[in-house]
Design a protein around this ligand. Structure first.
Ligand code: TXA
Ligand code: MG
Length: 353
């Protein structure tokens, strides 16, 4: 049985939140909103609790979990050391969509880290998440609250769709502002490395700590032989039921190529979805057309991406033809998720696959 607890994030009902934090304290699982996506939480220090997360999601056990905390000082018992330049990162980006990978302390169970000697930690900004973790009084392990392989949930209805009957409680607390998961930054090496692009951009990080590199293994393409440092990045992910093809190139050629592919697919009897942008949506016709947001305001695209992928599943299309987004700023994270949804199937608008 899953208890649904409705909480207004702008006027938190503490009695209702206490029901949820009691479940966490007693070893149960609670899905809750964060500013990135909904998370599925359990006590990070108890293996029996953590195990329930893996079971509910159907998640491979070698994929480590992020530990969520309510205050900066809560990292101390969890990490072996705090590298020098990291204070300024925490000051600038916490609470918020940045996860930091530290060398772990012996307190962190191996089940959290998939056997790695590092631990990923994040302090979320969402008031429900923060208050819940503080009330539970323990660090909270929380992967995205979707079934493994599906797009991450950005509203409570997505969580209900995936996890009803599989978790103890779901807090229904509105939709997630960022809409994509946090940036995962490994700070254990000499040069900080982005293991997963997300809500905080490379440019923003570099403005605070200087040079940052992106793990080349996560981008597919010629780097397919490399093993990603973030185990989660090696799985097909964020995938709707429909096949997804990303079309890349100069905007006008992208539109023409999608129109051409649409006709070809429709001839074979396929139901076609087109993932367009506000700037291009009126150029398409005679298909299931959804705009994912504006190219001028990429935060609208991060906010909508997972919801739109799920919406195509609800409509029941066979294939989604998606316009690529320029890889600048939030475009890194958007393209990372889109390419994962597409299993790296990219078509160049001016010929070639
Ligand atoms: O925004 C988010 O980060 C959301 C919300 C709920 O906080 N959580 C989330 O968790 O996206 P999850 O489990 O879906 O993704 C965690 C990612 C995975 O790619 C995992 O492999 C990576 O973080 N990760 C966790 N611990 C790690 C570690 N010690 N070293 C490298 N990567 C790690
Ligand atoms: Mg996830």
């Amino acid at each position: 049985h899953t208890e649904i607890i409705e909480i207004d994030p702008s006027a938190i009902d503490m009695d209702k939140l206490a029901v949820a934090s009691d479940i966490l304290k007693n070893g149960g699982t609670v899905a809750f909103p964060t500013e990135t996506v909904y998370g599925l939480g359990a006590n990070a220090l108890e293996e029996t609790s953590i195990k329930k997360i893996f079971e509910a999601k159907g998640r491979p056990s070698d994929n480590p979990l992020i530990v969520h905390i309510a205050a900066v000082e809560d990292i101390k018992p969890l990490v072996a050391d705090i590298p020098n330049h990291v204070d300024v990162l925490m000051e600038r980006f916490w609470p918020g969509p940045l996860t930091l990978v530290f060398r772990k302390s012996s307190l962190v169970p191996p089940m959290i880290t998939g056997g790695l000697d590092t631990v990923a930690i994040r302090m979320p900004a969402h008031p429900i998440a923060r208050t819940l973790i503080a009330m539970a009084g323990v660090p909270v392990a929380a992967p995205s609250a979707n079934l493994s392989g599906k797009p991450s949930p950005t509203q409570a209805s997505h969580v209900v769709e995936d996890l009803l009957g599989r978790v103890d409680a779901i807090i229904s607390g509105g939709s997630c502002k960022v809409g994509l998961e946090s940036t995962v930054l490994d700070i254990t090496g000499e040069v900080p490395m982005i293991l997963r692009p997300g809500g905080v951009t490379k440019e923003e990080l570099e403005s605070v700590i200087g040079k940052v590199v992106i793990d080349r293994a996560i981008e597919g393409g010629d780097e397919k032989h490399l093993v990603p440092k973030s185990p989660g990045m090696k799985y097909t992910h964020y995938a709707p039921k429909a096949e997804v093809v990303v079309v890349e190139g100069e905007q006008q050629s992208v539109v023409s190529r999608i129109q051409q592919m649409q006709r070809e697919k429709q001839k074979t009897g396929m139901k076609v979805g087109i993932m367009a942008t506000d700037e291009t949506k009126d150029k398409y016709d005679n298909a299931q057309i959804l705009s994912v947001g504006s190219r001028e305001r990429l935060e609208t695209i991060t906010n909508n991406l997972f919801r739109v992928l799920r919406a195509f599943d609800e409509i029941g299309v066979d294939i989604i033809l998606a316009e690529a987004i320029e890889r600048k700023g939030l475009g890194d994270a958007i393209m990372n998720r889109l390419l994962k949804a597409a299993g790296n199937h990219v078509v160049k608008a001016d010929g070639g696959e």
